[in-house]
Design a protein around this ligand. Sequence first.
Ligand code: NAD
Length: 467
Amino acid sequence: MSIDDVALEKMITNVFLEMMNKEEKSPGESGLHDTIDQAVALARSAQPRFVSLPLEKRKIILQAIRDVALANNKQWAEAAVRETGLGRVEDKIQENILAATKTPGFEDLETEAVSGDKGLTLTEYAPFGVIGSLSPVTNPTGTLIHNTISMIAGGNTVVFNPHPSALAICSTVIKAFHQAIVDNGGPAGVVGMIKTPDMTSAQEIMAHPGIDFLVATGGKAVVTAVLSSGKKAIGAGAGNPPVLVDETACIRRAAQDIISGHSINNNIFCIAEKEVIVVDEVADNLLKFMAETGKAAVLSKEQAQKITDLVVKEDNHINGAFIGKDIGIILKAAGLSDLAANENLRCVVFEADQDHPLVWLEQMMPVLPVVRVKDVWEGIKLAVELEQGNRHTAMMHSVNVEHLTALARAVQTTIFVKNGPSYAGIGMNGEGPSTFTIAGPTGEGLTSASSFCRKRRCVLIDSFRVV
Ligand code: NAD
């Protein structure tokens, strides 16, 4: 090494240390904090300054969040899959586009006005203050994009507790959003997170007096935790979405939609088809058309048993090692190498009895059980049982309006998709806005900016009616 090389190396090391020190000296400058106290303190001081910015300025900031998400989309999708080991890059790219482009902003916060003999009454959406948002490993980027846009549109600031298994990608996203907000004239601290999120930091956020409102996007445990916190809370929890196919459906289309909806992102979307219920007289055709998509293999009884033994543990829990994995990996591990060699496969399907564990468990992997029923009425009863009161998502393929209405009424889910893949329910190739926080347990439904605001009324007496 020459003297010049040594000098250069020293210089680079010094610059790196300087950058690290700078971050240490100004906690939260990047959106990342050493402690929850720091994160909450900065979010609290930022909130009144943020909400007092002109609306036009806040609109520019929202657009900057969307732009930065779209500009980094591919890198973020790749990084999320690399770090978490869940899902598929091409589907994560779609997830990010959906969240960045179809999450409503200010248009969701329209002022209501009522005028009459007594004057004028306005109802406006106001911020709660500082939101604590606990986010999942399954959609780390989609949830951060959606929640940031929705929560700050209403003038709130946010402290996130991302899932620890998605720490690096979530730190990248929060830093990018923080920078975009500051670059566009917002205060530091509108979004933030702790550098080492875990269960303890989640507990700290839930108990922190500086947090006004909690949002849990995740499994049953975290939803129960926020609802027991004593604070205003939204819970967006787990699902086990059934799809019912009756004898009137277009069976080929149903097969294509089910395979497409089930296998997106290797089944880690909470809305994705988790089990099929099919009326006996069309069951053989459905399985045949599923195989004809070229994306699904129909397993024999023995093959299905091998997969079940692999992915369901003895204690009747899902084997986490296979959640969100490509089907090739699962098939190989189950000793089904012939099938694993088919690179076009996105999932496997197999016939199952009603009491098969994968019919009842939220598997979050591209392994789809299919249960036969004698008629649509038995199917509706089973679909309701399998949904397990999650109030999450269900699908049905049928052209009989009475059948469709009967399941929709009986199952009481937040999202009900008719004759389409599950993801149409969150605006992907379906009408309507998107969300990655679906609040079934607490009833806000597909959350958006207005879900994270409180309503305030302002009354003017005897004036401002012009007719
Ligand atoms: P998870 O519940 O393990 O984690 C989510 C967040 O909650 C993380 O930040 C985690 O650290 C925290 N957490 C978990 N348990 C906690 C507890 N007991 N107390 C305090 N904090 C806790 O969820 P996950 O594995 O990351 O995500 C997958 C689950 O989330 C699936 O069940 C899926 O259906 C569900 N999900 C639901 C939605 C929705 O909109 N309804 C969206 C995405 C995922």
